[in-house]
Design a protein around this ligand. Structure first.
Ligand code: NAD
Ligand code: WQD
Length: 337
């Protein structure tokens, strides 16, 4: 059974990916410092996967800890989710973001080299494209200057990996550029756990419907889009998790030693589309109002998914209705727990 290191494996996307890895017969080993996750998620993963998944608690900025993890297990692949991800916080605390997101990456690559571990999958983001001049955006589009230190860590992270691949021809790595991951596992046992007031749309919607927030503010109704609200490519987290398993498999057979892929549905949805889908999936009426634009928001983006469809053999299967339904089931469960 193949051991796969999953850094940040107790987080939102990591936890769903660990479940998919178990389903596909891999042996994931989770490393997490619990900075943005709860230890209870480990037990829930075990219950969904009906197995005891290895977990090492620690911080990947700590070189000695990272070395101990690599010494303890022989890994055949690494999926590196662990990072700080709050765009607004990154503007306030840039050094925290550069330190956490980049030091961890360098430490892991050093250990991967020492142990000759290959098949490295990196969590990148559509944020690397900024506002593209035409849509859908494909992988040949240029990366635009990052809008935030967080976005910059993804651009620099990709470059670090690319340089590392150039210097180590036997090492294979893939960056996955996620669009907007939402939704939760069908069991409603794992999902997104935002700390404090959510910055992202879907947790804000579900918390408003659950009565935790009084009203959703829609940031801007005067964009150049059909209904005036911003357009994004929302992707179900379970579909995204599956793309990681396929990326691991692809990396071991690809000819290049570094490649990168968009992971989205290819469909652009406006904020009002998302609200409509939520109301229909949940049967709840949402209290919202349109307010000023949020600084830094781009108007519209959605993915060209041809490359990921063809090379990884991956395609998003779940639509907006399933995304909203599962996000709502998860929110209701959170209110009970
Ligand atoms: P998350 O915060 O839910 O998960 C990240 C996990 O990493 C958390 O459990 C946290 O405790 C852990 N972690 C952070 N720093 C660590 C460190 N130094 N050592 C050990 N563990 C550490 O985030 P997520 O939404 O699951 O995102 C996963 C990855 O995907 C991140 O790299 C993020 O930047 C990227 N990404 C996320 C989105 C999104 O909208 N959620 C979009 C694009 C890219
Ligand atoms: C989606 C849409 C908002 C909240 C961010 C990061 C990006 C990536 C994904 C990691 C936008 C609108 C939101 C609210 C609203 N993360 N909105 N009211 O901004 O596309 O991307 O997360 O890499 O890097 O920037 O996602 O969920 O914040 O916003 O109207 O209360 O919802 O304006 O149009 P975004 P989001």
């Amino acid at each position: 059974m193949k051991n796969i290191l999953v850094t940040g494996g107790l987080g939102f996307i990591g936890s769903h990916t660990v479940v998919e890895l178990c389903d596909q017969g891999y042996n994931p080993v989770i490393v997490d410092n619990l900075s943005n996750s709860k230890i209870e998620v480990h037990d829930r993963i075990d219950r969904i996967a009906s197995k005891s998944v290895s977990f090492e608690e620690g911080d990947l900025r700590d070189k000695a800890f990272t070395e101990r993890v690599f010494d303890k297990f022989k890994f055949e692949g690494v999926i590196h989710f662990a990072a700080s991800k709050a765009v607004g916080e990154s503007v306030e605390k840039p050094l925290l973001y550069y330190e956490n997101n980049l030091t961890s990456l360098v430490n892991i690559l050093e250990q991967a080299k020492r142990h000759e571990t290959s098949n490295f999958i990196f969590s990148s983001s559509c944020t690397v494209y900024g506002q593209p001049d035409r849509l859908p955006v494909d992988e040949s589009f240029p990366k635009l200057p990052a809008e935030s230190p967080y976005g910059n860590t993804k651009q620099i992270g990709e470059e670090i990996i690319q340089d590392f691949c150039k210097a180590n021809s036997a090492f294979k790595a893939i960056s996955l550029r996620y669009f907007n991951p939402v939704g939760a596992h069908e069991s409603a046992m794992i999902g997104e756990l935002p700390l404090g007031v959510p910055a992202n749309l879907v947790p804000f919607i579900t918390q408003t419907a659950a009565g935790i927030r009084s009203q959703l503010s829609i940031f801007g109704g005067d964009y150049n889009t059909p209904d005036g609200t911003c357009i994004r490519d929302y992707i179900h987290v379970v579909d995204l998790a599956k793309a990681h398993v396929l990326a691991l498999e692809y990396s071991s057979r690809m000819n290049l030693n570094y490649d990168f892929f968009n992971v989205g549905t290819g469909k652009g949805c406006s904020v009002l589309d998302v609200i409509k889908a939520f109301e229909s999936a949940s049967g709840e009426k949402l209290n919202y109002k349109i307010v000023d634009r949020r600084p830094g928001d781009i108007e519209k983006i959605y993915a060209d998914t041809n490359k990921v469809n063809q090379l990884l053999g991956w395609k998003a299967e779940k639509g907006l209705n399933e995304m909203m339904k599962s996000a709502w089931e998860w929110q209701k469960k959170l209110a009970i727990d």
